[in-house]
Design a protein around this ligand. Structure first.
Ligand SMILES: [Cu+2]
Length: 494
């Protein structure tokens, strides 16, 4: 931390300065960097939103909503998710309690490092103290450009300082120990000129070296930015139905720094692969490829019609950082195996310009899933709970929901232009493997967030917020009476 913080001022300046480069897409929930989490801090139920800054180091905005009015103070602190530094928290910051809404707290927090971090939230109130940890993948989404007026001001100040230094050196030699009424001799004037030339050379050398240092730091920073962009999923089809997947980082160093050979399982699988038929998203597959040699993954595909497919593949590296590989593939008609295990699929109507919002979706078993959407428009950047109720044929709430991959439900939020993809659970948009690491689980086989035994309630909810306006399709997946049911809902977000 200390080495980092020494560099902090420099990074901050660099963050403001370096040339703009838009990241095409960013890792960990493509296009959806903010973190939404719902969980218990001891006796208190909290909904935590972490708005990750666009540049690192940068200021994250944190909002906490308590489900009950008995929380008095909220404090939070950022730490590394695992390894050294995950057990030595710095001094926490206190959140402000909203005067209008006493259950709402907000504050800001400096995130200094790239990578898998966590924000530890401590709540205190009438029932004592409670704590929870929210995994936060920290990465810069872009590098900010130098603002022109600031650049001009800095250039002017540099010129003033440089010239000032040269003239001060000259004046010191020429007139340094003269009496007030004495004039400098020609030899002093000559010596002063020589000293001014030497000073000018030294100042120019300092400026050149400084410029070089600047560019080296800027390119290191740019490398960090590129390193954390979504890796590209390179795919090929073997023997007509075997899909082989290789991750290619957008920085050449990526595959050395992030070794998928060491990826850890996330809710029971090393990879969650989503294949979405383009352009209308009228079919979707959620599959679980196996790891093969060299950090590659492979999956024997089920039967699929020929066409173009968008591909999102979620993996979690050993530090707990979630990556989403992004790609597209043109498939011939695949005559493959039947679905098995945790694999699932959905098909329905295409999402296009004429598709309206939907709040109810038929399930393959004859029941219905209903989105308790409430009135009013959906807005971007608004954290909310997405609640879905499962009904049977007679519109009665079902009593036979079971955990699917250890959880009450899985939801995928996908924008119609494929620029947003988020795989969300009842605990939020965080990776479940990362959440396991905050609780000291090794990651191997960790399921985290256990759901109790016996039948689950007929309602599932997902804390999330749309990152930007547009058309979205939300796939909601639950297990009912042994069968995975997928429902799709369309939403227009303002
Ligand atoms: Cu899931």
């Amino acid at each position: 931390m200390s080495v980092r913080s020494k560099k902090c001022w420099l990074w901050t300046v660099l963050g403001i300065v370096v040339v703009l480069s838009r990241a095409a897409s960013v890792s960990a929930h493509v296009g959806s960097p903010d973190v939404f989490f719902e969980g218990d801090a001891g006796p208190y139920r909290l909904f935590v939103t972490v708005r990750v800054p666009q540049v690192i180091p940068g200021v994250a905005e944190i909002e906490v909503r308590s489900a009950s009015p008995d929380v008095r103070t909220i404090q939070f602190v950022p730490m590394r998710l695992s390894g050294a530094g995950s057990s030595l928290p710095p001094a926490p910051d206190a959140a402000q309690r909203s005067p209008q809404d006493p259950q709402f707290f907000s504050g800001s927090l400096w995130l200094m490092e790239f990578g898998a971090l966590q924000v530890r939230v401590t709540a205190e109130g009438s029932k004592g103290k409670g704590e929870l940890s929210v995994p936060v993948p920290a990465f810069a989404q872009r590098t900010l450009p130098m603002q022109r007026p600031l650049g001009a001001l800095l250039l002017g100040l540099t010129a003033f300082l440089a010239l000032g230094m040269i003239f001060i050196a000259g004046a010191a030699v020429r007139e340094g120990n003269l009496n007030p009424d004495e004039r400098p001799t020609p030899s002093r004037v000559l010596r002063a000129r020589i000293v001014m030339v030497i000073t000018a050379v030294v100042v120019a050398a300092i400026l050149l070296l400084g410029n070089r240092w600047w560019h080296v730091e800027a390119s290191h920073h740019q490398r960090d930015v590129d390193l954390f962009k979504s890796p590209i999923a390179e795919t090929k089809l073997e023997n007509g139905n075997r899909l082989v997947l290789t991750a290619k980082g957008q920085d050449p160093q990526w595959s050395q720094e992030v070794r998928l050979e060491d990826a850890i399982p996330d809710h029971g699988h090393l990879m969650h692969l989503f294949l979405i038929r383009l352009p209308g998203m009228e079919q979707m597959w959620h599959l679980h490829p196996q790891r093969t040699e060299g950090g590659r993954f492979a999956e024997d595909l089920p039967s699929m019609p020929a066409g173009k497919y968008q591909l999102f593949a979620d993996v979690v590296d050993k530090t707990g950082f979630p990556w989403t590989l992004v790609g597209a593939i043109d498939l011939p008609e695949v005559k493959g195996r039947a679905l098995e295990g945790d694999d699932s699929t959905w098909s329905g109507v295409p999402l296009d310009a004429t598709t309206g919002d939907s709040t109810a979706a038929k399930l393959s078993g004859g029941g219905l899933m209903v989105w308790q959407r409430g009135k009013g428009a959906l807005r971007a950047d608004m954290p909310m709970n997405f609640r879905f109720e499962v009904e049977d044929k007679n519109h009665m709430p079902v009593q036979n929901l079971e955990p699917y991959m250890g959880m009450a439900g899985h939801a995928e939020f996908v924008s119609s232009d494929m620029s947003v993809f988020a795989h969300v659970h009842p605990a939020g948009s965080i990776s479940m493997a990362a959440l396991g690491l905050t609780r000291g689980e090794s990651g191997m086989g960790s399921m985290s967030m256990p759901v109790g035994s016996g039948p689950l309630p007929p309602e599932v909810s997902f804390p999330y917020g749309f990152p930007k306006p547009g058309k979205y399709r939300i796939f909601v997946q639950v297990r009912e009476g042994g069968e995975v049911e997928t429902a799709a809902f369309d939403a227009h977000v303002e």
